[in-house]
Design a protein around this ligand. Structure first.
Ligand SMILES: *[C@@H]1O[C@H](CO)[C@@H](O)[C@H](O)[C@H]1NC(C)=O
Ligand SMILES: *[C@@H]1O[C@H](CO)[C@@H](O)[C@H](O)[C@H]1NC(C)=O
Ligand SMILES: *[C@@H]1O[C@H](CO)[C@@H](O)[C@H](O)[C@H]1NC(C)=O
Ligand SMILES: *[C@@H]1O[C@H](CO)[C@@H](O)[C@H](O)[C@H]1NC(C)=O
Ligand SMILES: *[C@@H]1O[C@H](CO)[C@@H](O)[C@H](O)[C@H]1NC(C)=O
Ligand SMILES: *[C@@H]1O[C@H](CO)[C@@H](O)[C@H](O)[C@H]1NC(C)=O
Ligand SMILES: *[C@@H]1O[C@H](CO)[C@@H](O)[C@H](O)[C@H]1NC(C)=O
Ligand SMILES: *[C@@H]1O[C@H](CO)[C@@H](O)[C@H](O)[C@H]1NC(C)=O
Ligand SMILES: *[C@@H]1O[C@H](CO)[C@@H](O)[C@H](O)[C@H]1NC(C)=O
Ligand SMILES: *[C@@H]1O[C@H](CO)[C@@H](O)[C@H](O)[C@H]1NC(C)=O
Length: 595
């Protein structure tokens, strides 16, 4: 196919054709992508939802990614736009050496309603952050530091400002902190805590706090043990307290993060109970039938819409091959209607959550949700959908060093190192996707390497890069494909840091020295296919050299904590040594495909 640049006078005709095409493609893509759920495709776990007038906001967990806690905005509950991040300064999110799947866990996004009368709003986000180095523990109590991070909240007066306060820390030891403002002005912190690190009996704990300091005002009290048998798998967590029609409700998640994950609700006369169990619990539990196409549902939050109707959000996964071995997109955010019967909420009319969602809304004409096709022509800032791994110690990219390119400066760290490698990630947001970049890279030494990555976490990732060959060929460089999969687990909850991955590498010769390399990843429900082309021409001849089973980028059967999902990314590394070779990327194309 030929491309032609048209002068402005001829442009309008083209433009209308192009926009018609775009709209058509969007509707097709949307349809093919499975209706409206998940409303936040790609890993977006632990959703919390908020409405102010007719604006809705959702935030989700980001673990060891920086910046932390995306703020998504919507007017219709189905189409969401990323408007910023609550934690975007290192002082708010010092993730240095944080292990995979620790980091920023989110539980709450709320306005302080008491403040609206005085004509301004404060929005609060309550969350937990683990910055402990791990595993560096000697006894069992410390072993739980990874699960028991320090909780805090941040606040802003303008949720669109992308400017939130520094953290105000609580005293509690636990996770999934929830703030509740009672009608009399008391503020409660409610969280998931544990009895000890051996039995691991979780419970919902609570105390009153001084909001301005985060300091405790009352002793911590165990307010609920959950509805499941008393063992370490019960895992009551993700508490939310609501005051609705004069009754207090406690909504929690239970059963752990796998197919047993569910939502249950109880009600009582105070924010601390005592609780009356809903006879219809669990009110959300897709795992009751493992044939359901959406699984692991739970960690829900509810909101009353501007029209008086209620809605809920929860996390869920979409297993791709009939069992749980291919869920590489991880835990996504789903929406469902909430109705009330006898003073109890009913989720999704009592039915399992599916990808279908029957909502009235304007047809979607904005392709940005589905496709991301960008040249790096802006010299201002990266798109907010890009992430770093952990908090960068210093800037490692530039949009102005070579105009028209995103330049990545290498550091010594590589994907898989528990540091902040020179790597930029973007969530994979559909199971079938095409990812392509064009890169200029001339390695200086045999250790210099830059390319693309399919990245789940330190223990699960695969790269295709250009690497120096030490002068073995006239090109001075070659293609490397590296896959890292999790090695043996030692202990039920341990993720080893030494010999933690089994790494395989393959090399392919390159013919050229200075020519751009195009790198492409084709994703499917069960695989990732890597290809490259030695050309900066618009027509490209790709060689597809490697197919990876997507189960190697999914929850491993060996167990452990795997709370995120796969991202696609670019990186530049000196493989243990500093590197002077920059990697220049001219575009990033990430588009859903129907294959
Ligand atoms: C962010 O907010 C703080 C105070 O709330 C203010 O001092 C600061 O100037 C703001 N920063 C930006 C970039 O707007
Ligand atoms: C929770 O269980 C503990 C024993 O493990 C019991 O002492 C306590 O009373 C229970 N608390 C509630 C609120 O049910
Ligand atoms: C729950 O189990 C723990 C540990 O086995 C035990 O100490 C506790 O008494 C049990 N609580 C109840 C209510 O059975
Ligand atoms: C609150 O109470 C009113 C009046 O009894 C009732 O119509 C409404 O459905 C209740 N709302 C909820 C959420 O229970
Ligand atoms: C799940 O699907 C299998 C195979 O289609 C079927 O045999 C089984 O009865 C189904 N289970 C339920 C609970 O519907
Ligand atoms: C899942 O299904 C695939 C394909 O049928 C199979 O190869 C794999 O072993 C299954 N995995 C599990 C954990 O059952
Ligand atoms: C590392 O793991 C591999 C695969 O499990 C094993 O063969 C090898 O012996 C291990 N090496 C060390 C030093 O433990
Ligand atoms: C294309 O490749 C040539 C070398 O063959 C190089 O000089 C030029 O800068 C490249 N253009 C781009 C946009 O990368
Ligand atoms: C680009 O295409 C032209 C014409 O098709 C060809 O002559 C040239 O060698 C190509 N350059 C590269 C770097 O592939
Ligand atoms: C495409 O690339 C392959 C190997 O990289 C090469 O053998 C083939 O000649 C190329 N085809 C064209 C049309 O350039």
């Amino acid at each position: 196919m030929m491309l032609k640049i048209y002068p402005p006078s001829e442009y309008p005709v083209m433009k209308s054709l192009v926009s018609w095409l775009l709209v058509t493609l969007c509707i097709l893509a949307k349809h093919a992508l499975g209706n409206s759920n998940p409303i936040l495709p790609g890993w977006n776990p632990d959703p919390t939802i908020l409405r102010v007038d007719d604006d809705y906001f959702i935030s989700t967990s980001t673990f060891e990614y920086f910046p932390g806690h995306p703020i998504y905005h919507s007017k219709n509950l189905v189409d969401w736009t990323l408007v910023g991040h609550a934690l975007n300064r290192p002082s708010q999110l010092p993730l240095y050496g944080t292990p995979s799947d620790a980091g920023a866990l989110l539980n709450l996004l709320r306005p302080d309603l008491g403040c609206i009368q005085s004509n301004w709003k404060n929005y609060y986000i309550a969350e937990d952050m683990s910055i402990v180095l791990w595993p560096c523990y000697a006894d069992v109590l410390q072993a739980e530091l990874r699960l028991f991070p320090r909780s805090f909240y941040v606040t802003t007066r303008d949720i669109f400002s992308n400017n939130w306060s520094d953290p105000v820390y609580f005293d509690a030891l636990g996770y999934d902190a929830d703030l509740f403002w009672d009608v009399n002005g008391d503020v409660y912190n409610t969280w998931s805590g544990i009895n000890n690190a051996v039995d691991k009996i979780y419970g919902i704990w609570q105390n009153k706090i001084d909001l301005s300091t985060g300091n405790s005002l009352t002793e911590a009290k165990l307010i609920f043990n959950g509805t499941l048998p008393n063992d370490s798998a019960a895992r009551p967590e993700g508490p939310h307290i609501y005051h609705i029609n004069g009754t207090y409700y406690l909504l929690i998640a239970e059963g752990g993060t796998d197919v047993h994950h569910r939502a249950t609700i109880q009600r009582g006369p105070s924010p601390s109970g005592p609780w009356e169990n809903n006879p219809d619990n669990p009110i959300l539990f897709n795992g009751a039938d493992l044939n359901n196409s959406v699984q692991n549902t739970g960690h829900a939050d509810i909101v009353k819409g501007a029209d008086g109707r209620w809605w809920g959000v929860s996390l869920g996964v979409r297993p791709q091959n009939g069992n749980m071995s291919h869920i590489q997109l991880g835990r996504e955010t789903f929406l469902f209607p909430v109705t009330w019967e006898n003073g109890w909420p009913v989720f999704n009319n009592g039915k399992p959550i599916t990808e279908e969602l029957d909502v009235h809304r304007a047809p979607q004409t904005d392709c940005s949700k589905a496709s991301f096709v960008r040249p790096f022509t802006s010299t201002h800032s990266l798109d907010p959908t890009f992430y770093f791994l952990r908090t960068p110690y210093k800037p490692f990219y530039s949009l102005s060093a070579r105009p028209g390119f995103l330049r990545l400066f290498a550091n010594s760290y590589a994907p898989g190192d528990r540091d902040s490698p020179a790597m930029i990630l973007r969530k994979q947001s559909s199971y079938s996707e095409r990812f392509e970049v064009q890169m200029d890279f001339t390695p200086g030494t045999a250790l210099n390497e830059a390319g693309v990555t399919v990245f789940y976490g330190d223990l699960l990732h695969s790269e295709m890069g250009v690497m120096g060959d030490g002068g073995a060929t006239s090109a001075g460089r070659r293609i490397i494909v590296r896959t890292a999969v999790q090695a043996e687990q030692v202990g039920p909850w341990a993720l080893t840091t030494t010999n933690a991955t089994i790494i395989t590498t393959e090399y392919f010769p390159l013919q050229t020295k200075g020519v751009s390399i195009k790198l492409k990843v084709l994703t499917s429900p069960t695989s990732y296919i890597f290809g490259y082309s030695e050309s900066n021409n618009s027509s490209s001849n790709f060689s597809f050299i490697k197919k990876i089973d997507a189960s190697t980028l999914s929850l491993p059967t060996a167990g452990g904590f795997f709370f995120k999902g796969t991202s696609l990314g670019i990186y530049n590394t000196g493989n243990g040594k500093p590197s002077l070779a920059p990697a220049d990327f001219s575009y990033w194309h990430q588009t859903p495909s129907v294959t």
